[in-house]
Each structure stands twice: as C-alpha cells, then as structure tokens.
Design a protein around this ligand. Structure first.
Ligand code: SF4
Length: 523
C-alpha cells in the first residue's frame, strides 16, 4: 500500500479495535442505546449488522420516538453444508430471538433478522454451541466459501466440498476476541498478544469473496468472486485449478469509476498448491488494495488499475515461484438441482425451491414447519444453494414418498410447480431491513415475476429459461449484473433495467433503461 494514501475512517476503526474487540462488551451492556458507529463497523466482522425497521422509522420520528434498532445475524456455512441438528438449532433461534424466518443467502449462508441487542449475545452463543459460526461472515475478510451444492458422491464433488471446508478453516480470522465477547465472557488477553498471521491488524481493504466451482456446474457464479477457483478434472482426476481474479458486482450509481466486473483467469495452480496460491492472492490484496476509498477497495479495481501482467508477476512474488498461465476450460453450464436426483451412492437428494430464500410459514405454505418436521423425523442433512434454495440430502429410497407427502401436506411447492422464470429468480432482502436499500426487492419479487410469467405466456415463451435478479441498491447482493434481466434499485419505486447476461454466468448484462418505475418494468 503506498505510504501516501490517506486511509479511510474504517481503517482507523479496524486498527484501533485491538483485533476486533472495539468496545463491543461495554456497548452490549447498555441495551437501551444502539451500538456506536465504531462498534457497528467492528460488529460486521463478528457476523452481525445493526439495522432498524425502515417501515416504521419515519412515523416514529414524527412521534418523537427512536428508530426500532435490531440486528441481522449471518451464519457462515461453507458450501452451505450443515447437519439436520444444526439446522434445527438455527430454526429454533429464528423463533426465539428473530422474526420467525430464516433466510438463505446467495452465498449459501443463513441470515436471521430482527434480533434485538439484548438477545444478540445469546443468539451468537447458541449458533456457536452447535458448531456453526458467524465470525467472518461479514467484514473485511474472506467471507463464506461457496461451492457446488449438489451432494453427488463422486471424486469431483467430494474434492470440491473438502477444498471449500479446508479453505474456510485455513482462512478464518484468528482473533480470540470473538470467543471472548460472545462465548466465554472472559478476557482471553489484552489484545496485545493476538495475531492475525494472514490478515494483520487492519484485515483486508474490503470484503473478499472466494468460490470454488467446475465449468460443468457454475451454480455459484464463480466469476463474481474476488477469487473464482475453477477446478479442472480429467474424468475424476483433479489436474489443478484456474484462479480467476477480480470479480464483484458492487457499484455506485453516477460514479463511473465503480462498476460490476467478472473475474479474469490469471493463473493455473497444481492440486497441492491451492491454499498457498489463494493465500498469496489475499496477501497481494492486503498489501496493495486501496485503503483510502472503500468504493475502490475491492480486488477488481487493483486488477484493472495494474493490469493482469502486473497481478500475475506480483502474485508469483508472494507465491514464491513462477505460476502457469490458466488452462483452457470447458464451456460453463449451470445445472438444475431442484427436484429428485440420485446421489450415486444409493441415496437421493431433493431440491426444494425457496422464494427469495425466505423459510417462513405464510400464504398457505408452511415451509418452515414442514422443513423442521422433515429434519426432526428423517434426519436428512440440508444444503443451502447459491440460488437461495434448499437441498435435502442422503435420503433413503424408502423415505422419498413420506418426505414428499409431508412437504405436500404443508403446501410446499415443488420445482415442477414453478415456471423456470420463477425458479431461477433472485432477490435481495432490501426494505425494510437493509440500511442501504433505495427501494424494494424481495417484497415486490413475487408479484413482478408473476407479471413476467404472464407476459412470457402471452408470447409463447412460458418455458423459457430466464434469470431475473432484483436488488434494492447497486451493491449487487443478488448478482444482478450477469442475469438475463437485472433490476437494480435506483430510488424509491424505480429501477435500472439491465439485459443480456447469460444463464451460465459468463457475460455481464448492459443497461437498457434508467429510472424505470416498478409498474413499467414488465411492459
Ligand atoms: Fe441491501 Fe443493496 Fe444488498 Fe439489497 S443489494 S441487500 S439493498 S445492500
């Protein structure tokens, strides 16, 4: 990092936080006030965002009342794999401390909403007690590792899953502050002795996303990651990995220096070199990423500003040896994992679509109750998909009919009940919880998709495979920029309409219209 950079405010907060302690303990003790701005920033690393109910904020202000502060808690689940027992714990927390829903994220994690400050410690402690964590699910570190969700029992899928777990374990923050604050309650040390061998005391310049895929099944949209790892196999033999660097969709309206970008394949690494090579990329970004302007801090800007040749040469310095050029990859495809599929070991998996990833009981569909009963009675392990759906894995042939009947009895729709455009649509949460939302996303998605379905039917295109992705702001959480249709919140009630991405996730879409009113989107 050049010495001349004037550091952003968040850099000073990180530096002064003593490895992510801040004054969270003191702040937690005062339940009647919101977290301070500095602790708000540090809390992200611990996996929680302080939010407020934006639906009630204006009216409450007029009445002289404070905003209704609450926290979103994000659970980090590498590859979206968790056990039935772990699921049931998170489900119980959703009822006890949150708003009665679990939300599957586009990065295979869970989010709980509406947790009040007084319940935050118990929520995070219970998540940890079930051997899940929230540490590093947000903040300027490596976020949740994504990978192919299919529980197919062959060498390819087994390797992807093992790599994702290994990377998640090796790249997790080492600070003891997390256990000190949320679990032990005792000071492990003063902070002086803590070390972050990979990250250092100021962590990374910005969030850092890693995903692991094969060209044959790009369910995770691998090129949207800071490091997109594309595993290359000959049959079931791993030959190595292409690392594509500099993906990311966040941008700011009217700031042309910010933009969505797909990752560029830069190097090929041997099977045994994956961790070392990924650490080298992280170190490169740690030392050279822009710490003065958070809007210019992602790896994608470094890749564009310095160029691929500089990135490769510098990466070789960190890696300590020459690195090969990326190898040819097959055509990228996205496989549909909804419905019933054989795992290859005599067992089955069932992909259940979840609108906007929201597991909740409503509108005649008791999805949350149904899933709870499936996990309680059949102990099948769930997998969260990057398309915000859920897979029920390891189902014995004799259990297929009873599980299907249980879900049907609770009014849970199956993949075949939904049109392709409905099945593949994504929406971020936006209002009323996200503080950055400029307009609605999840809450308008179902009616918008219904209108699009009707329009497609009128033109004889009801079975068209079409991805529609809606976000409430240009931060890009629902990957709007490589969908066939991307809708990005512009201002209340209005969107930017992008078109022309491809279904396999290899092409950015382009802006067709700016400031389109919600009612005009379908026409
Ligand atoms: Fe919030 Fe914007 Fe992300 Fe949607 S895309 S969840 S509005 S930050």
């Amino acid at each position: 990092m050049p010495d001349t950079q004037k550091l952003s405010k968040v850099e000073a907060i990180k530096e002064g936080s003593r490895y992510l302690r801040g004054t969270i303990v003191e702040d937690l003790a005062n339940e009647s006030t919101p977290f301070s701005e500095a602790d708000y920033q540090v809390l992200k690393f611990h996996g929680t965002y302080q939010q407020y109910d934006r639906d009630t904020a204006t009216e409450r202000k007029q009445r002289g009342l404070k905003k209704e502060y609450q926290c979103m808690v994000r659970v980090k689940i590498p590859g979206g794999r968790l056990s039935a027992d772990q699921y049931l714990v998170v489900d119980a927390l959703a009822g006890r401390y949150a708003n009665g829903s679990l939300r599957i994220t586009t990065r295979q994690g869970f989010q709980l909403y509406g947790v009040i400050k007084a319940d935050l410690k118990a929520t995070i402690a219970d998540i940890n007690a079930t051997l899940l964590t929230t540490l590093g699910s947000c903040g300027d570190v490596v976020r949740n590792l994504t990978t192919n969700p299919a529980p197919i029992r062959d060498a390819v899928h087994t390797r992807l899953e093992e790599d994702a777990r290994m990377l998640a374990r090796e790249l997790a923050p080492r600070t003891r502050a997390y256990h000190e604050i949320w679990i032990d309650g005792e000071k492990v040390d003063t902070g002086e002795e803590d070390r972050e061998p990979l990250y250092g005391s100021t962590y990374l310049p910005r969030k850092f996303k890693i995903g692991l895929s094969t060209p044959d099944d790009n369910a995770i949209d691998v090129l949207t990651h800071d490091v997109g790892i594309i595993a290359l196999f000959e049959g079931e033999r791993l030959t190595g990995y292409n690392l594509a660097l500099g993906g990311g969709f966040g941008m700011t309206h009217n700031k042309p220096k910010t933009y969505p970008r797909l990752a560029t394949p830069i190097v090929f690494v041997e099977p045994d070199d994956l961790l070392r090579a990924v650490k080298a990329v992280i170190e490169l970004q740690r030392d050279h990423g822009d710490r003065s302007d958070r809007r210019h801090a992602r790896l994608k800007y470094l890749v564009d500003d310095k160029g691929a040749a500089w990135i490769k040469a510098t990466l070789e310095d960190y890696f300590g040896a020459p690195l090969a050029d990326p190898r040819p990859m097959g055509e990228f495809k996205v496989v549909d994992h909804m419905g019933w599929h054989a795992q290859g070991d005599g067992l089955w998996y069932l992909g259940v679509p979840v609108s906007s990833g929201r597991i909740v009981d409503r509108n005649g569909s008791k999805l949350r109750t149904a899933l709870r009963e499936v996990f309680e009675s059949h102990r099948t392990d769930p997998i969260l998909t990057p398309n915000q759906d859920i897979i029920l894995s390891d189902i014995a042939p004799d259990d297929r009919a009873p599980i299907e009947a249980l879900l049907r009895d609770h009014g849970v729709p199956f993949a075949e009940d939904w049109s392709p455009v409905k099945r593949w649509a994504l929406a971020c949460p936006a209002l009323p919880t996200c503080g950055l939302a400029l307009t609605e996303a999840e809450r308008v998605k179902d009616s918008l998709i219904s209108d699009i379905e009707q329009a497609l039917a009128r033109h004889g295109l009801a079975d068209e495979l079409l991805s529609v992705r809606i976000t409430g702001c240009p931060n890009g959480c629902a990957r709007p920029h490589n969908g066939d249709i991307g809708l990005v919140g512009r201002m209340p009630g209005y969107y930017v309409l992008y078109v022309g991405g491809d279904f396999a996730g290899t092409r950015l879409n382009t802006m067709l219209l700016d400031k389109v009113a919600l009612k005009d989107i379908v026409p």
